[in-house]
Design a protein around this ligand. Structure first.
Ligand code: ZN
Length: 165
């Protein structure tokens, strides 16, 4: 059972609005502390640094694009969705989940680099606490030790290899 820790939403917003794109920074290796699961010449998959669910992964194209459909050709979009599928399937083999959520959010006021949230809902969550309610950051996030996150990332990576295609 994981514990939770406080999450400072205002500090987070300040960071994403005033720092360079964190996804681009991570891709070029200028950011530490992200658990990268997988990267190829098209996309990167990494653990959400501020997880509200265990095994919460983000998938993003390597190229800085902003509009979830508008900045891609249909073929480019579908190629990325292949990656999203692979990560989601690997996730299903890595953590206990009764349903995997996939969505693209982001904002032109921060977090502009398009990305997909792949968030596994655990079993047994009451209906009213599911869906968007389960993804609400509010004041706290899960407190997952670094070594456990590293292990989780490794497990998902291994399952991508085993169940990828
Ligand atoms: Zn970017």
């Amino acid at each position: 059972m994981n514990t939770h820790k406080p999450f400072n939403l205002d500090a987070y917003i300040d960071g994403i609005q005033n720092n360079p794109c964190f996804i681009c920074e991570m891709i070029v290796g200028r950011l530490n502390g992200n658990h990268i699961i997988y990267q190829n010449d098209l996309f990167i998959a990494f653990l959400n640094k501020y997880p509200v669910l265990y095994g919460y992964v983000l998938v993003a194209p390597l190229e800085h694009k902003e509009q979830v459909t508008g900045d891609f050709s249909l073929d480019e979009y579908l190629a990325l969705q292949r990656g999203v599928y692979q990560v989601a399937e690997a996730l299903r083999h890595s953590v206990e989940t009764e349903r995997v959520y996939i969505l693209s959010l982001g904002s032109q006021q921060g977090n502009r680099h398009v990305h997909w949230h792949i968030a596994p809902l655990p079993y047994g969550v009451p209906f009213k606490q599911q869906q968007l309610e389960a993804l609400r950051v509010e004041n706290e996030i899960m407190d997952i030790p670094e070594h456990e996150s590293a292990d989780l990332a490794r497990r998902i990576r291994e399952n991508m290899r085993l169940h990828g295609e």
